[in-house]
Structure formats: C-alpha cells, structure tokens
Design a protein around this ligand. Structure first.
Ligand SMILES: [Zn+2]
Length: 310
C-alpha cells in the first residue's frame, strides 16, 4: 500500500486543442515535478511559470484564469480537477498559448492523459489542508460552504430556472465513488440564449457542440444527448474541485454549494486561506498515521488501472 506517498506524472504526455473562450490553439503537456512543488502551469511560449494557487487568480468570469507577470493561463479548472481527482500532488502543466484546450468540455481527456503518462509514487508523504472550521460565502440565494469532515466530499445543487436544470443535486465522496467514471466525463454547458451575449463579449469563441452541452428553451441541442441525467450538477462538482485545487494542497473537508460559480468558489478559497484558524496542514509520513487521522484518500490510479472515457 502506498496511499501516503505523493504522486506525480511518470512520463511527459500531451494533447492539442483550442481554448473555449479565446478560440486560440494550444498544446498542453503534463510533466513530472518534484515532491512538494505542487501543480504549476508554465507558459512555454513566454518562459513564465504560473503557480496553481489562489493568489495567482486574475479572472473568474465564466472560467478561472491564472496570471503571473504578462502571462495568462485561462480555463484551468478542468485539468486541475482531473489532477486532484486522481490524487496527483505535483505536476508541471506546460501550455504554449493563453488558454488550456477545452477538448470535449470535460475532465475525461485529462484523465486519459494521466493514464497514458502513468502515475509515479514519490518518497515523500502527502500533505493535506484539513478543514478545522466552517467557511461560507453567500450571495443572495447562492451559497458555497466548506466544513470539517473526515474525507473530501462535494455536493452541488444546480438551479438555472430552466426545465432541464432545476434543483439538480449531485454529491460525491472520494473514498467510495470513482472520480474518473462519475465526475470527469461531465461536460461544461451553456444556454443557447447566452451564447450570442458571450460572443459579443469575446467569450466562448472556441465553443461548439463538440465541447459543450448547449441547451435551448426546452431541449439539449447536442445530437448525442447527455452523458448523465444530472450531467449539469456533476460538471459543477467538477468545476468546484478544480477551483478548490487553488487552495494549494488537497483538502480534507466537505464542500456544499448551491448555484455558486468560479467567482464564489475563489472567494471561498481566499476567505478560507486568510483565516489561520480555519485549517491546518498535515503531512502523512507513514501508513500508520492514516488511521488516527481518519483521512481517506482518492483511490490510487496507476497505469493500467482501467478507466475509460464516457
Ligand atoms: Zn467547467
């Protein structure tokens, strides 16, 4: 058993595609990184590193954008969700353009990349941010809340005042469910009536039925339909997991959200990190320490573990 060890990518692996909002092409490569270095983006065309941390967030308008100096990396949440969902602690995410490729609009292609690259165990114990105290952000009827729990879980209520996305609830606990099968394949979505407005603002320029679920007044426009009846709420869990990754370390706590988005998720992460009483950092240095801490980790994913795309 090696649940306590940090994990990185075994060998470099990459893909290419366009950004959802910019429409810009980019190549993305997942590469190994040393223990305790965390997840870092590198704009290889500019030679600038951008840490996947809350203090590097520069925009949360429809997607989460990181920045350092002149470099921007947009729409980081789906690749971050895949890395966190598979328990990857350290990874260098190289991108040669301004936005992470949207691929099919979900985290499944990034899960596939990790499977292709393989997972390497590192001889250093994993570190966690353990939630000590509840933190909440509330705006009208929208809320996102992080509270103490024995393991990481996320529960999201999506309610878009639309017949297909009303009061849709999805909850996910890492120890007993498969992130790769149940969360990663859920795609991003938008309402058809919002598409023109987004394009007028220079957003969703790379969007299509190949990389997003598009919903008109009554129906799903994608010819293949949905991957899950509650795909919308599942994708919001995916987004929240990606956004929580910007806390800088994997969390042990329970997230409950209703109608929140990237901006509220980041406000929560910043409020949580700003209050030293809300959390503590724990390093698991051996298997024996797992039991007293009662930390249950995401299932270990190694090459050949056998999960697939939806
Ligand atoms: Zn998303």
């Amino acid at each position: 058993m090696s649940y306590w060890k940090q994990r990185t990518i075994l060998k470099r692996v990459g893909c290419s595609g366009v950004g959802l909002h910019s429409g810009a092409p980019a190549r993305l490569t997942l590469a190994p990184a040393p223990p305790d270095s965390g997840i870092r983006f590198v704009r290889t065309d500019l030679g600038i590193e951008v840490p996947a941390r809350a203090d590097a967030v520069v925009d949360t308008n429809l997607s989460t954008t990181l920045g350092a100096g002149a470099a921007r990396v947009a729409t980081v949440e789906h690749v971050l969700a895949a890395l966190t969902g598979l328990g990857i602690d350290n990874c260098r995410v190289e991108v040669d353009g301004p936005e992470v490729p949207i691929l099919d609009g979900s985290s499944a292609p990034f899960v596939y990349l990790v499977e292709e690259g393989g997972v390497a165990l590192q001889p250093v114990g994993k570190r966690f941010l353990v939630v000590n105290q509840a933190t909440e952000v509330r705006v009208g009827d929208r809320v996102v809340r992080l509270e103490p729990a024995r393991e990481l879980s996320l529960r999201f209520t999506a309610d878009f005042a639309h017949p297909l996305i009303t009061e849709q609830v999805f909850g996910f606990t890492f120890s007993d469910r498969s992130f790769a099968r149940e969360v990663a394949p859920a795609r991003t979505f938008c309402l058809l009536k919002d598409v023109e407005a987004m394009r007028a603002r220079g957003l969703a320029l790379g969007g299509s039925l190949e990389n997003a679920i598009v919903v008109d007044e009554f129906s799903i426009l994608n010819p293949g339909g949905l991957r899950f009846p509650d795909e919308f709420a599942r994708h919001k869990v995916l987004d929240a997991l990606g956004d929580l990754t910007l806390a800088g370390l994997p969390l042990i706590g329970a997230l409950t959200a209703r109608k929140s988005g990237h901006a509220m998720n980041q406000a929560l992460v910043r409020k949580f990190l700003a209050n030293p009483a809300s959390h503590r950092v724990v390093r698991v240095s051996g298997e024996k320490e797992l039991e007293p801490l009662q930390i249950r980790l995401p299932a270990l994913t190694l090459p050949g573990a056998g999960y697939g795309l939806a």
